[in-house]
Design a protein. Structure first.
Length: 244
């Protein structure tokens, strides 16, 4: 059923899937990065909380590793959080399981929208999420939040020798959220699975089946925490954004 969203848009439902089954090995240490403490609560909790507080998101689910003891000891609770599901070996497997969880256990219709957001991007803003949702509802191939490249971009050989200079005007850094019709994204992920194709984000799966998502300019503050320096930056942002 078409509903009136909190943002004043005539829109279908938007359900957020947060894949968080990975180990976050680039951060080092035994604790997966999504469970690292940020300003008093885990990075995953920050991300889930920010999404749940957005009026234009219908509900949120999280994909966890079945053997994840940190989640079991510190679960997340919110009226718009509809539970966790067990993720797969790869991100694409976890997102696929998330869509099946929504359309199966939760009863979400496949014509609704799925918003996929990294657990390691806790600094996402309502403004950016609204922009990418609006773009996805207007563009059949879906939409991806990102940022145009500002630096000169070089291509190189495997040993680092420059092989060319790319046109930065056509290059983007792809972020999340990435928003798609649920049925379309599931079809794309199924095709990748059936043909043993590895994709690094949802847009790549859509590209694989011939669809062309649109890029949407977002804030550079929507950082993905992968290293210690990223953690300090995220802490500074969250500390400031939580103040009155």
């Amino acid at each position: 059923m078409v509903r009136k969203s909190g943002a004043g848009l005539n829109s279908r439902e938007v359900w957020a899937v947060v894949p968080a089954a990975g180990r976050g090995v680039r951060m080092g240490g035994a604790l997966p990065k999504q469970h690292i403490d940020l300003c008093g609560k885990s990075m995953l909790h920050h991300t889930l909380s920010r999404l749940c507080e957005m009026p234009f998101i219908t509900g949120v689910v999280a994909g966890l590793a079945e053997s994840d003891p940190w989640w079991k000891n510190n679960p997340f609770e919110h009226p718009k959080f509809h539970g966790e599901f067990w993720g797969g070996e790869r991100r694409q497997d976890t997102v696929r399981e998330g869509i099946l969880f929504l359309t199966g256990a939760i009863g979400v219709h496949s014509r609704e929208y799925v918003l996929v957001h990294d657990a390691a991007r806790p600094c996402i803003t309502q403004e950016d999420v609204l922009k990418v949702i609006m773009a996805a509802m207007k563009h059949e191939g879906g939409a991806v939040l990102g940022s145009r490249m500002k630096d000169t971009i070089k291509s190189s050989t495997a040993d680092g020798v420059i092989s060319g200079t790319l046109d930065r005007n056509s290059c983007w850094r792809a972020y999340t959220p990435q928003v798609f019709n649920a049925a379309n994204l599931l079809d794309a992920l199924d095709a990748a699975l059936d043909n043993s194709v590895m994709v690094t984000d949802e847009a790549m799966a859509m590209e694989y089946v011939g669809r062309s998502p649109i890029m949407v300019q977002g804030s550079d503050m929507n950082i993905k925490v992968t290293e210690e320096a990223d953690l300090r930056l995220a802490e500074a942002f969250l500390d400031g954004s939580d103040r009155p």
